[in-house]
Design a protein around this ligand. Structure first.
Ligand SMILES: [Zn+2]
Length: 441
């Protein structure tokens, strides 16, 4: 599963076809001249006027449009729906389509859990072509299921995968009844810590946390469990003793915690995925989540925390830098945040230079080559204003990005040196990969 954060382009396609009936109604209704009224629900005033009232003020002839070629009629330019807007950049700047990482790379954030053997083979083919030495699967489960997952990934591809296990909140409880879950019984922390020890014996090299801690996971009374709840302390401590890192997705983009209104910079994304909104209800504020996570990091200085998605505050790299200064055991990885980083190239470049020892490479999902290329371009070139995904529609914010042209020493750290230092087995596997490549294998 790709994280809920990363909207893939086929996902978007599916959603579009899922909405096909509505589009058809809209098309037909436009033919009948009622289009703007029918689709008022998805209509956005691209020209910045008050949407609600202008819809009915548009001259009838604009609503009579019958196809994409009829952008104007009677000398008037019709209004556009935001989801129809596909500007084509006329910029003619240098382009470098980088297909391979310049140095062997470790992708610390992937989800190959649901792949068939053939799909795993294909994933490894893409890794070979893109110079990805090792992928970290974040889809491990505790117990026997971990051994199955490890076997499936490594049987035909030794040295190319390592696995993190997820926190097991349910245990032997009934998945449909949260009040029976292990996390809601006394002693959970110790039991989960022991499951982690068992997982490491079976070959796991880390613990993965999804954003459900803080946003979905509830106690027996139905209250959200806070990320810094003391019941988890034995788990964090055990991870430190076992010397395996905790990779933690805590939070989501700031815009997801704001009202879904015309000021929201990710409005079109939230329109497609209203279930991604954490505004209102009993959801914590974005900053409350970040601070709760930080308290855990502060309480367990001997445990390594790799905070996923640029610690879920890529929007504010100054603040993120302050956290990294404050917590030496905190690291970040950049999965699914190239869009955020690449729209602030000057700040992002400074950040990467200053915190080169603290940043790891990640993508999320199972990235095809088309998704890797923008990552290499962003990190290695000074290309300007290019799409952050090979996608006709920007899936995570309506903008293009810029490369930050990192120097080789920084690229080496971000691509593999940091991962090799923090994650067991990775250094050894990268070395094996380099030797195999040198032999032409
Ligand atoms: Zn993920």
């Amino acid at each position: 599963m790709r994280s809920l954060r990363g909207d893939t382009w086929w996902d978007f396609r599916l959603r579009r076809s899922g909405n096909g009936w509505r589009r058809l109604v809209r098309r037909l209704s436009r033919l009948a001249g009622f289009g703007l009224m029918f689709s008022a629900g998805v209509w956005v005033g691209m020209l910045g006027r008050r949407a609600g009232s202008t819809a009915l003020q548009v001259p009838a002839q604009a609503a009579l449009r019958t196809g994409p070629s009829a952008e104007t009629r009677g000398g008037r330019v019709r209004r556009l729906y935001l989801d129809e807007f596909r500007p084509r950049s006329e910029l003619r700047a240098a382009q470098h389509i980088v297909r391979q990482a310049r140095f062997p790379c470790v992708n610390v954030h992937t989800h190959p859990g649901g792949l068939s053997d053939e799909q795993i083979d294909e994933m490894v083919r893409v890794m070979d072509a893109a110079n990805i030495a090792v992928s970290v699967s974040l889809d491990g489960r505790t117990g026997a299921r971990l051994s199955e997952h490890l076997h499936r990934l490594t049987a035909r591809h030794p040295n190319r995968f390592v696995v993190f296990v997820r926190m097991d909140y349910v245990g032997d409880g009934d998945p449909a009844r949260p009040e029976t879950w292990d996390v809601n019984r006394p002693g959970f922390g110790q039991r989960m810590a022991d499951r982690l020890t068992d997982a490491v014996k079976r070959g796991a090299v880390g613990l993965k946390l999804l954003k459900d801690l803080g946003l979905y996971l509830r106690d027996a009374e139905g209250r959200l469990i806070r990320p810094d709840d003391p019941r988890f302390d034995p788990v964090w401590q055990r991870a430190g003793e076992l010397k395996v890192p905790v990779l933690w997705h805590c939070g989501d983009p700031v815009a997801f915690f704001r009202p879904i209104d015309r000021f929201n910079e990710r409005w079109e994304e939230l329109y497609r995925h209203p279930e991604w909104s954490f505004y209102g209800k009993d959801f914590p504020k974005h900053q409350e989540l970040i601070e709760a996570r930080n308290r855990v990091i502060a309480r367990h200085p001997k445990t390594t925390f790799i905070c996923a998605h640029m610690a879920d505050i890529p929007e504010d790299l100054t603040r993120l830098g302050q956290y990294l200064d404050r917590y030496p055991n905190m690291y970040v990885e950049l999965a699914a945040r190239v869009a955020e980083l690449g729209r602030q190239p000057y700040t992002a470049r400074e950040f990467f230079l200053k915190y080169a020892d603290r940043i790891l490479f990640g993508t999320d999902g199972v990235p095809p080559m088309s998704e890797l290329i923008p990552h290499w371009r962003f990190l290695e070139t000074f290309d300007e204003y290019f799409p952050y995904e090979d996608n006709p529609f920007p899936p995570q914010g309506f903008w293009n990005i810029y490369g930050i042209g990192l120097p080789d020493d920084v690229l080496r750290k971000v691509y593999y040196e940091n991962a090799a230092r923090l994650i067991p087995k990775v250094g050894e596997y990268v070395q094996a990969y380099r030797e195999a490549r040198a032999r032409g294998g």
